[in-house]
Each structure stands twice: as C-alpha cells, then as structure tokens.
Write a protein that binds this ligand. Sequence first.
Ligand SMILES: [Zn+2]
Length: 99
Amino acid sequence: MAAAASSSSPPAAITCRAAVAWGPGQALVMEDVEVAPPGPLEIRVKVVSTSICRSDVTQWQSTAQPDLFPRIFGHEASGSVRILVSLLLLTQVVTMLTA
Ligand SMILES: [Zn+2]
C-alpha cells in the first residue's frame, strides 16, 4: 500500500483498479486506471468499499448518453481522505454530507 503524499510534496497521478463500463449494458471490466492529482477544488479519497446502486444500474443500462462511456460507477462509497488541498473544501464537504 502506498503512503499518502506528505503536505510538502505536490500530489502526483496514481494508478488504481476499477470496474470500467465501456458501453450501455456491457459487462464491467477490471482495469488499471490512472487518476490525475486533485485540483484546487478536489480531494483524493482512498475508497475502501462501494456499491452499485439503482441510479448506477439505470445509467449503466441507458443508451440515452453513449458519450458518457467509458464510466466507473460506485458513487456511494466510503473511504478516507488522502490528499486535501484546502481545509475550507473539507469543511464544505463535511457540511454537505451532514446536511
Ligand atoms: Zn446512488
């Protein structure tokens, strides 16, 4: 397991395993994907568990927006914050999640 970046080093791109959907209704494919470093209004979260909810399944099966593929589903995830660019951003995320 890689250690989190220290606060003095700039965030770097990382490689993660993900179940990728390449098209509507197509089987998910486990792949290595490169994740860019977080931008000024983003955080990096190490996901420890996730699920595929009904919204994901609906989007996965939908042919209405084929240009949105390839996609990685699982927006209902839990994990820990690994890189935080702004403490104000974390405050806003916590406020949003607890509202
Ligand atoms: Zn959902």
